[in-house]
Design a protein around this ligand. Structure first.
Ligand code: 5AD
Ligand code: FES
Length: 372
């Protein structure tokens, strides 16, 4: 039996097996790995895909990550903030369509006007959907008080990618005033406040190893991450990490394959979490996100940002669907997903099973303690 088959025969891979899964690049091995992860997904979370409507509400950002197209030093990008009413209109549309959740994402700011804007959006989106639409925030590192304000306003989930679980490597891809430790502490705060916690990493960064990616998966477990959003690194021409962009066209296939193995290994190891098929996968192949679903992902985030803003929210080069409206996006996605034999979880919130399981376990323990 090959090493891969021996690992896949276990009920769950051991931590020491993850790097071998990530390195299984021979095509027939990759096929077996992805199929095994798909089977675990169907067993643990069903063959249902949950949609999260994504709003990229502003590209103003105070940070300067070396890989990101909307970093503050990039003067080639025109800055925008979508007016409140436009976002509310989009959220209402998403609710009427049966989306269980919307994601509000933006560049990072922490001034009072921004904090108030997010509070207002959260309150109004909850209001217009009879408290039914689950709201996920993805607006970066903030103070405990701010996280609490938004949680109390009705936001239940938060996405904050750690980008890499390796602090030294993090320092290589960020300016000196960005702190891995502060980001990790934000994740802990969010968890302690009660948010359903999402995080993720970039896959295939220059100089990143499969051992590091394996440790990223262990980090998700340690930090109680129940929603995973991770995608391939794609160089952006107006960032310091543009090196290699000329050769990137040759690397696309390998980059996609590695990202799919990362999704598969994460599904095999963490089993009942939610995993998003990132839009960046679609930059590498037209059916990249569908390939992500077949490798173990169960969430897709259709972009509901009005097309007039989209070209200014390019975190990486070659972002797909820049000029499609929400309805067009929905039509093309639905057909592609159902043709895979998956159903779309319209009208369902699609909470992470791992989160629900943990909360049920905690509630039971609490009830037993109270009785005892
Ligand atoms: N390639 C891929 N993903 C990127 N992100 C930012 N820049 C890039 C890039 N060049 C991702 C980061 C961030 C998320 C919103 O987008 O992981 O957390
Ligand atoms: Fe905006 Fe990294 S550049 S958060």
């Amino acid at each position: 039996m090959s090493r891969l088959d021996a690992i896949l025969a276990k009920p769950r891979p051991d931590p020491g097996d993850l790097a071998a899964l990530l390195g299984a690049q021979a095509p027939e091995e990759q096929t077996r790995l992805l199929a095994a992860a798909y089977a675990v997904k169907v067993r643990e979370v069903g063959s249902v895909v949950y949609f999260r409507g994504l709003f990229e509400l502003s590209n103003r950002c105070n940070k300067d990550c070396l890989y990101c197209g909307i970093r503050r030093s990039n003067q080639k990008v025109e800055r925008y903030t979508v007016p409140v009413d436009e976002i509310l209109g989009g959220a209402r549309w998403a609710w009427e369509q049966g989306y269980g959740s919307v994601v509000l994402q933006s560049g990072e700011r922490s001034d009072p006007a921004f904090i108030d804007l997010i509070t207002e959006l959260v309150t109004k989106i909850r209001g217009l959907s009879n408290d039914q639409l689950a709201i996920t925030l993805s607006v970066g590192e903030q103070s405990e008080a701010t996280y609490r304000t938004w949680f109390e306003a009705g936001a239940e989930r938060y996405l904050l990618r750690i980008e890499t679980s390796d602090p030294d490597f993090y320092r290589r891809i960020h300016p000196a005033d960005h702190s891995w430790e502060r980001r990790r502490d934000c994740l802990r705060l969010l968890h302690s406040i009660g948010y359903q916690l999402g995080s993720g990493v970039m896959i295939g960064l220059p100089g990143q190893s499969v051992e590091q990616l394996a440790r990223d998966i262990l980090f998700f477990e340690q930090e109680k991450v129940v929603m995973i959003g991770m995608g391939p690194f794609i160089p952006h021409a107006h960032t310091p990490l543009r090196d290699g962009i000329r050769n990137f066209v040759w690397k696309r296939h390998a980059q996609l394959a590695l990202a799919l193995r990362m999704i598969a290994a994460t599904r095999l190891y963490l089993q009942d979490v939610n995993i998003a098929a990132a839009t960046a996968l679609q930059t590498l192949a037209p059916d990249g996100r569908e390939q992500g679903l077949m490798a173990g992902a169960n969430v897709i985030m259709p972009n509901l940002t009005d097309p007039k803003y989209r070209s200014a929210y390019q975190l990486y080069d070659g972002k797909p669907c820049l000029d499609e409206s929400a309805t067009q996006c929905r039509g093309c996605l639905e057909t592609r997903i159902t043709s895979l034999g998956e159903t779309i979880g319209f009208g369902q919130r699609g909470d992470s099973r791992r989160f629900l399981g943990r909360n049920v376990a905690a509630a039971t323990k609490e009830a037993i303690c109270r009785k005892g």
